[in-house]
Design a protein around this ligand. Structure first.
Ligand code: FES
Length: 71
């Protein structure tokens, strides 16, 4: 993922990474993934059925931040 302009990433406690701003999102093979909105929520719990996007499943799994994570 690379960005141009102003991009902001917010770590949500027990939730996704919220990415605001212009980004290029790609899958593991380098194929572009179109962001669905201006603000993109990226799953970091591993439970989403819509990876790389968050689908709210973290609320059901009781996801806790990884060790060493600040938020
Ligand atoms: S962070 Fe929301 S489903 Fe994984």
């Amino acid at each position: 993922m690379s960005a141009s302009g102003n991009t902001e990433i917010t770590v949500c406690p027990r939730g996704p990474l919220l990415v605001r701003g212009e980004i290029e999102l790609r899958d593991a093979n380098g194929r572009p993934i179109e962001p669905e909105r201006g603000t993109v929520a990226l799953c970091r719990c591993g439970a989403s059925a819509r990876k790389p996007f968050c689908d709210g499943s973290h609320k059901l799994t009781g996801f806790e931040r990884p060790r060493g994570d600040a938020a």
